[in-house]
Design a protein around this ligand. Structure first.
Ligand SMILES: NC(=O)C1=CN([C@@H]2O[C@H](COP(=O)(O)OP(=O)(O)OC[C@H]3O[C@@H](n4cnc5c(N)ncnc54)[C@H](OP(=O)(O)O)[C@@H]3O)[C@@H](O)[C@H]2O)C=CC1
Ligand SMILES: N[C@@H](CC=O)C(=O)O
Length: 840
């Protein structure tokens, strides 16, 4: 391309291009003047056809050719343009309408020609297809005030000379530049409205730049007039980090380099035509994308050196409707010319290749092609390698359908270690299988072929992996009882901060109690989620529907929080975890229940399923399980565990001094939310036995609740009655408990409920009388005291001490597990919170 600036060109020239959406009707056309108002430079305004016009013109030509009735469509298009002309407050309105009428008469003649002659000249078709820009240029010219206001109209066919080529339409720069200079000489210094999309070929016949070619026209004219800037006006704010229909959190990118824009344009960022960039890039002309409907928005600036931003990836794009073609053969290894032969075969079959990948073993070559060309490509490769196939040098040509390509793009990727790891890690967390990978040596683009079904989930996961949007976790809460409600209130207070500071979006998309559930697409406000359960949107509870909604195919991560005490809910964990749903719970049933189910849960995790965290099952918010895990993971050997594992029983025996009946204290503990839904689970020692089993299993021992020696405080006659009757007869505990207290008092001892897991595997739970100097006598309120004895902690136990029951502390334990899962998914929840203004 010659680099000398065109003669007669004013010193400062700006090119503006308006797409069809900016020219949808007369009001939008008239609005262009206001958008150009603050631009003092000489302006070239390149226009597309009015929205939908080119499609209509192509359809009319097709109808004419097929012998269908095109007259009504022609008339509708004519009326639309005449009405737009009538609505434009132009001095020459009548002349404008007459000219448009003439253009439509010409269209009528051309359509008739197509109708009577099947082999009508391609030039006539090009004239028909390109009429929309002629029409819109006349309307815009009039709306800007016409020649009286210093505006000329330039039919691009007068100056722009192009030739079709294998790589698309090419520009004859010498011819075009000469002709443009001549046109400029005839119209020195004036502004111009220029038709986009259309041009002439070398013989002077009408042609087009291909669909959506107006952007390309604008870039060519920017180069011809050596413009200082090109602005493309469209109906979006700029280039977005991803398709907003698939990633609602996609952000508008303030700046891109030409190279980044090229990659994004090629890989589906529909804002830019792929060819647009070359003419402006070669002359270093900055290109800005702006929104006609929101001109105050800064848009996206594309120039040679873009702002790098603080993450290596600027944007992600997705190309759909693809297939993988794969040639496999051990006889290909080290054989020169195999790749050439394969791609020559595809070339010969007219198959365009989107992506190529070959492992260094050379055992197979795979490429990604358009789905509608896959079979043609397969047949061409099979034919080219027929001989090699016959003597087993190649073994197969395989097609994998329903593929899409996800591409991560950014200059910041160049030379930055860990980008691929971050991308692939994010996809792995979202359980997206990658079928093929390609990264060129430019390092600006990593392309991944994945199954179409995974596309949205993959795009969202990758988007948040690079913090282009917060890490999105779809959350379902089961059991909004004491703990569940406390969790909702903690979430309500914390989620906004997590979203803004830690870029973590824990979205409550489902809530259920034992009877009803609410499934929400966009998410429930945690402060109002309980109300939603009571209103008309609630439906009958169904755990399978609930889980399917939480783990919707298009969402990267699903997390179920089970705050019930239900065994039926715990029975679902293996299947949820196997489906990749993470589970967090204070419910002890899974951890201490049926061994086969427990093993299935572990197996689902081992197979790479969801994560299962249950810290709150023992010691509520205390780090009991975490402490045990740390001991074991660092190679310590557990000898035994003993202490107090029930918050309710701790509180009861800290308070029980005989001054009030034991049953009164039990009711109080229940009201405070310390007890299990059925307080007999506490008083019978079952709850503590469950906790001991959870800890023993954590340490690798195959213990079950039946193996634990449990002393129950519930009299035999109250063990089998219903919960309500038990509560009504609670006073029957008073006398036996009073007697136990008196006996202990008489020996100068105090009652405490303790649990013990010995080195011999023996597990015991029960009420004991202890001397005043025993550590369990130095606890307060609901304190749990867990003493770990191990190879390292032999003389002096490792002790975890603190409140072990209550909705708030339990919910905090659950919340902590939620954040641990979010962190494992890549969320930055551990980052220190810097107070506003600090460090300024
Ligand atoms: N309270 C505490 O200090 C601690 C509690 N925990 C554990 O936390 C869990 C909750 O305790 P808490 O909040 O006190 O109990 P609650 O009885 O207050 O709440 C239980 C909730 O679970 C719901 N639920 C019961 N069965 C089902 C089911 N099949 N499907 C869906 N939802 C169901 C109940 O709904 P509905 O009203 O419809 O029955 C209710 O909303 C228990 O497992 C408990 O062991 C753990 C550590 C400490
Ligand atoms: N009811 C339980 C609650 C915690 O698991 C207790 O009192 O410890």
């Amino acid at each position: 391309m010659p680099s000398a600036p065109a003669s007669n060109e004013p010193s400062s020239c700006h090119v503006h291009k308006f797409g069809g959406s900016s020219l949808a009707d007369a009001a939008r056309i008239c609005g262009i003047a206001a958008l150009l108002d603050d631009d003092a430079a000489t302006r070239l305004v390149v226009v597309s056809a009015m929205q939908g016009t080119t499609n209509s013109l192509v359809a009319l030509a097709d109808m004419a050719r097929a012998g269908d009735d095109w007259q009504p469509g022609w008339e509708a298009l004519r009326q639309r343009h005449l009405q737009a002309a009538a609505a434009i407050d132009a001095q020459e309105r009548f002349a404008l309408q007459a000219t448009l009428g003439d253009e439509f008469d010409g269209l009528h003649r051309n359509l008739q020609a197509v109708a009577v002659d099947d082999d009508v000249d391609e030039r006539i078709r090009a004239r028909i297809h390109g009429l929309g820009e002629i029409l819109s240029s006349r309307l815009v010219h009039a709306a800007l005030g016409g020649e009286a206001a210093g505006w000329q109209r330039l039919d691009a066919r007068e100056v722009l000379v192009v030739h079709p080529g294998e790589m698309g339409v090419g520009v004859d720069w010498d011819q075009s530049r000469r002709r443009f200079a001549q046109w400029r000489a005839r119209h020195p210094g004036c502004n111009a409205v220029v038709t986009g999309y259309i041009a002439s070929d070398a013989q002077g016949h009408a042609t087009t730049l291909g669909r959506n070619g107006s952007d390309y026209s604008a870039a060519i004219f920017a180069s011809l007039c050596n413009a200082d800037a090109l602005t493309i006006w469209t109906d979006v704010d700029g280039v977005l980090s991803a398709d907003p229909r698939l990633v609602p959190d996609a952000v508008c990118l303030p700046s891109l380099s030409y190279a980044e824009a090229c990659e994004l344009a090629y890989f589906g960022a529909k804002v830019l035509h792929p060819q647009t960039l070359a003419p402006v890039q070669s002359r270093g002309i900055p290109l800005r994308i702006r929104n006609t409907l929101r001109p105050q928005a800064p848009g996206t600036l594309i120039e040679a050196r873009a702002n790098a931003g603080d993450v290596p990836v600027k944007g992600l794009s997705l190309v759909n409707d693809l297939a993988i073609l794969e040639l496999i053969g051990s006889g290909m290894i080290g054989v020169p010319g195999t790749a050439e032969k394969l791609f020559a075969a595809l070339h010969g079959a007219g198959v365009s290749v989107t992506m190529i990948s070959q492992g260094s073993s050379e055992h197979s070559i795979c490429c990604v092609v358009r789905a509608d060309q896959a079979e043609r490509g397969r047949a061409a490769i099979a034919a080219a390698f027929a001989e090699a196939m016959a003597d087993q040098r190649t073994q197969a040509v395989r097609v994998t359908a329903d593929i899409c390509v996800l591409a991560a793009v950014g200059d910041g990727m160049v030379g930055t270690p860990g980008v691929a790891a971050r991308l692939l890690g994010g996809l792995a967390q979202a359980r997206v299988n990658v079928r093929a990978i390609a990264q060129g040596a430019s390092e600006r683009n990593i392309s991944l072929a994945i199954a179409r079904a995974d596309a949205t989930r993959a795009l969202r996961a990758a988007h948040s992996a690079f913090w282009l949007s917060p890490q999105f976790v779809s959350v379902g809460i089961i059991g909004p009882g004491q703990v569940g409600r406390a969790l909702l209130s903690q979430l309500s207070a914390t989620l906004p901060r997590l979203r803004s500071q830690s870029r973590l979006d824990l979205r409550i998309r489902a809530i259920s109690d034992s009877r009803r559930m609410v499934l929400s697409e966009t998410g429930l406000n945690p402060g109002l989620a309980l109300d939603a359960l009571r209103d008309d949107t609630a439906q009958a509870a169904d755990l399978d529907l609930f889980a399917a909604h939480v783990r919707a195919e298009h969402l990267p991560h699903g997390l179920i929080i089970d705050c019930s005490a239900s065994d039926a809910v715990a029975a679902k964990y293996p299947q949820w975890l196997a489906a990749g749903i993470h589970v967090v719970t204070p419910n002890k049933h899974a951890g201490s229940g049926d061994w086969t189910r427990y093993a299935a849960i572990r197996e689902a995790q081992r197979q790479g399923g969801g994560r299962f965290l249950y810290e709150a099952t023992v010691g509520a918010g205390l780090p009991v399980i975490l402490t045990l895990r740390n001991l074991l993971d660092t190679g310590d050997v557990l000898h035994g565990i003993d202490g107090m594992l029930s918050g309710t029983l701790a509180w009861l025996f800290n308070r029980f001094d005989g001054s009030q009946p034991f049953s009164t204290l039990v009711r109080e503990a229940q009201a405070l939310g310390y007890t299990e839904p059925d307080p007999r689970d506490d008083l019978s020692g079952l709850d503590v036995a469950r906790k001991l089993v959870i800890l023993a299993r954590e340490a690798g021992r195959e213990l079950s609740v039946e193996d634990v020696e449990v002393e129950s405080l519930v009299p035999l006659e109250l063990q089998q009655v219903g919960r309500e009757e038990f509560l009504a007869r609670l006073h029957e505990l008073d006398a036996p408990m009073q007697a136990r207290l008196a006996a202990a008092d008489a020996q100068g001892l105090g009652l405490r409920h303790v649990a013990q897991l010995g080195q011999d595997g023996r597990a015991r739970v029960g009420l004991v009388a202890l001397p005043a100097d025993h550590p369990c006598r130095h606890t307060r309120l609901t304190d749990n005291l867990v003493q770990f004895r191990s190879l390292r902690y032999t003389d002096n136990a490792l002790v975890v001490l603190g409140p072990g029951a209550g909705p708030q502390v339990t919910a905090a334990g659950v919340f902590g597990d939620m954040l641990a899962i979010a962190q494992s998914l890549g969320a930055q929840t551990g980052a220190p919170v810097i107070a506003a203004g600090a460090g300024a």
